[in-house]
Each structure stands twice: as structure tokens, then as C-alpha cells.
Design a protein around this ligand. Structure first.
Ligand code: ACO
Length: 340
């Protein structure tokens, strides 16, 4: 048992543990401001900012796909950890905006472009919860000894699946990617994960056409291939999902919110985070927020946030970090991480 680990409330790990050894992020250079959006749809900077906390988002060029963003973020994380792509055992790519519909897995494209020659690769579809599902999966592979090094990437290009004429959705999303390298270490690491699904809410956030339920054909209305959302229903679900996830991770690890240094919740809307803090009496300052610049980047939002926190020196060794993802599915969950 490491000395530092023993100081952490809730009991330190006494065995090898999956650890996040590095994080990295990449967003496309093109920035679209709210004012620019207001020239396309009937909206305003004032409405968007006051209802969401968003000021701008990054938007991928027409010829850029999820794998392009994923490769950049993954390279940054691997370089930071000084890990050779050839040493990666598994590439897990969380995305709802794959390069191709269903097959091949975008993870395989990323694996090839990275030169991760002996790695397995698979996509993980859990929408905005994708990264926390990815960390939970990586953790299970590493803890069980099935893998030594897992690359977990969240990469999204929602600009390609939103209806740019629908002001209810198009103002909310942005493109980007974030990655984490998960390796086996001793002491600190990913201490716990919780994953949940409320599939009865599936129709509140989905793309009606383009899958096997409603394949695209000559008569398919283009809007049915785009994202549809019942914003109010998702809002109510999301606020409770944050509280339930934090409470479950805390209670099963014998912790209180006072023991936690940072909560990194999916960046969907600052009002969702603020409402959860008010309802559960959580200290607002523990919740990291960067949605202002990026909007909602779905599975990429948490690793982009972690990368930014790392760059800004906010993440210190021994700190406890809780991640919370929530989104289409409806899915939610989180990870309890003791930062190395
Ligand atoms: N600009 C101007 N007006 C707008 C806009 C806009 N972009 N969008 C909606 N409005 C209007 C509506 O038409 C409505 O007008 P009306 O009263 O005349 O009918 C009014 O603003 C209020 O609309 P509401 O839907 O009540 O606005 P609300 O305060 O609920 O905010 C929002 C809407 C931001 C979408 C909120 O419900 C929300 O954040 N929901 C959660 C969304 C979310 O997080 N989705 C992603 C989940 S993650 C994933 O898996 C992808």
C-alpha cells in the first residue's frame, strides 16, 4: 500500500490499480461564436449564454471526421506519457458520430493511424456518458490483467449530425476529442466506477433514421437522420443523474463531498451543473466548467476538461476526482479517480 494512498479517506487500494497516466485533447481550429450562429438561425448570444453558459464552439471542416480528431488527441496523450503506440493493448473509442455508420469501428481506423500494431480496437456507444463507460471498461481490462495499456478516446463531430436550422439543438453542440492512457500501476488510480441506463428515455435524445429501425431511403426526410431532443426531459434527467452518480460513488467508498477535490461533470449546460449543486448543496467551486468555449462535445467533454485542468495545473497528485457522464440512452455513470 502506498503511503500517499493510505492518507486518502475511504481506504486506499492495496493492489495494482488502473491509473490514468496521461491525458490529451484536440479541437478543430475553426471557432464559431454565438453571434455567428445568430446569423444562421433565429437565436442570440444573450439567449444562448443565459440558457447554457455557451459562448462559442469548435467546428470541424467538411472533410474532417471523428477519427481525425481522435488521432490528434490520442497522439498528445501518448506523447505526454512517453508511450509507444506499439505498446497499446486496446483502443477504446467512445463516439456517437463514427466515421461510418456501424462498420468498421472508428477505433480500428484510429488504431491503424496511430501505428498501434498489436492493439485491439472497439467503439463504445454511450453518447455523452461514453468516456466514463470507457474508463470503467479500461479499468476492468487492466485490473483483471487482460491488458496493460488501454487508450481511451472520446471523439465527436456533432456538427455533422445536428440540424443547423433547429435552434433547439444546433446552439448546444461542438466538435472535439480527448484521450487518456490507462496503465497498470500501484496504489492510486481509478478506484471505482458506476454505470447506469434508463432505456425507457431513449426517444428523448436520438436520431430517428439511419439505423436498422428506419434505414435511410429515397423518401427519408433529411431531418430524421439528425439529432432530435426533448430538452426539458433531458435537463431534468441530467440534474438528477449528477446527484445520483456523485452520491453512489461517495457512499460506496465511505466518502463525503468534502473529501473530493474536483467533480468533472459532462459539459452539457452550466445550468444543469448549477442546479445539481443547489439541490444537493454541493460546493460549486469543486465543479470544473469549460463549456463556455467548447459547448457540448458529448463523449469528448470530460477528457477535454481533464486535459485543460492538467495544463492549468489544477490536478495534483493524490487529489480525488469524480467524473460524471450523462446523455442519450438515457445513460449515466461516473468514475472515482485518485490522481497519480
Ligand atoms: N434561441 C432562442 N430561443 C430559443 C432557442 C435558441 N437557441 N432555443 C429555444 N428557444 C426558445 C424556445 O422556442 C422557447 O420559446 P417559447 O417559450 O416561445 O416556446 C423558449 O426559448 C424556452 O424554451 P425552453 O425549451 O423552455 O428553454 P430551456 O430554458 O428549457 O432551455 C435547453 C433549453 C437549453 C435545451 C435546456 O432544456 C437544456 O439544457 N436541456 C438539456 C439539453 C442537453 O443537455 N442535451 C444534451 C445531453 S448530452 C447527449 O447525450 C448528447
Amino acid at each position: 500500500m502506498s503511503e500517499a494512498g493510505a492518507t486518502v479517506p475511504g481506504g486506499a487500494l492495496d493492489r495494482g490499480a488502473a491509473q490514468i497516466v496521461s491525458v490529451g485533447a484536440y479541437v478543430p481550429p475553426r471557432v464559431m461564436t454565438n453571434d455567428e450562429l445568430a446569423q444562421i438561425v433565429d437565436t442570440s448570444d444573450e439567449w444562448i449564454y443565459s440558457h447554457t453558459g455557451i459562448k462559442a464552439r469548435h467546428v470541424a471542416a467538411d472533410d474532417v471526421a471523428a477519427s481525425d480528431l481522435a488521432v490528434e488527441a490520442a497522439r498528445r496523450a501518448l506523447d505526454d506519457a512517453r508511450i509507444n503506440p506499439g505498446d497499446v493493448d486496446l483502443v477504446l473509442l467512445a463516439t456517437s458520430t463514427p466515421d461510418y455508420p456501424g462498420l468498421p469501428a472508428t477505433a480500428s481506423i484510429v488504431q491503424d493511424r496511430l501505428g498501434a500494431e498489436r492493439s485491439g480496437a472497439m467503439d463504445l456507444v454511450a453518447a455523452c456518458s461514453g468516456f466514463v463507460y470507457g474508463l470503467a471498461t479500461a479499468s476492468a481490462f487492466v485490473d483483471s490483467g487482460q491488458a496493460g495499456t488501454v487508450l481511451v478516446v472520446g471523439a465527436e463531430v456533432y456538427s455533422k449530425i445536428i440540424n443547423w436550422a433547429d435552434r433547439n439543438t444546433c446552439v448546444l453542440f461542438g466538435d472535439g476529442a480527448g484521450a487518456a492512457v490507462v496503465c497498470r500501476g500501484v496504489g492510486r488510480g481509478i478506484r471505482d466506477s458506476v454505470l447506469h441506463s434508463v432505456g425507457s428515455g431513449a426517444a428523448s435524445l436520438y436520431r430517428p433514421a439511419g439505423g436498422s429501425r428506419e434505414p435511410c431511403g429515397a423518401t427519408t426526410e433529411p431531418d430524421r437522420t439528425k439529432l432530435h431532443m426533448d430538452g426539458r426531459q433531458v435537463y431534468g434527467f441530467a440534474v438528477q443523474a449528477i446527484i445520483d452518480t456523485v452520491e453512489e460513488l461517495l457512499s460506496r467508498n465511505g466518502l463525503s463531498i468534502a473529501d473530493v477535490d474536483h467533480v468533472v461533470a459532462h459539459q452539457a449546460n452550466v445550468r444543469i451543473i448549477d442546479a445539481a449543486c443547489r439541490r444537493a448543496a454541493y460546493p460549486q467551486e469543486k465543479f470544473f466548467k469549460n463549456i463556455r468555449e467548447y459547448a457540448n462535445t458529448s463523449a469528448a467533454s470530460i477528457p477535454i476538461a481533464l486535459s485543460e485542468m492538467q495544463t492549468r495545473g489544477l490536478l495534483c497528485s493524490g487529489q480525488l476526482v469524480v467524473t460524471v457522464g450523462f446523455g442519450s440512452g438515457l445513460s449515466y455513470g461516473g468514475n472515482l479517480i485518485e490522481w497519480i
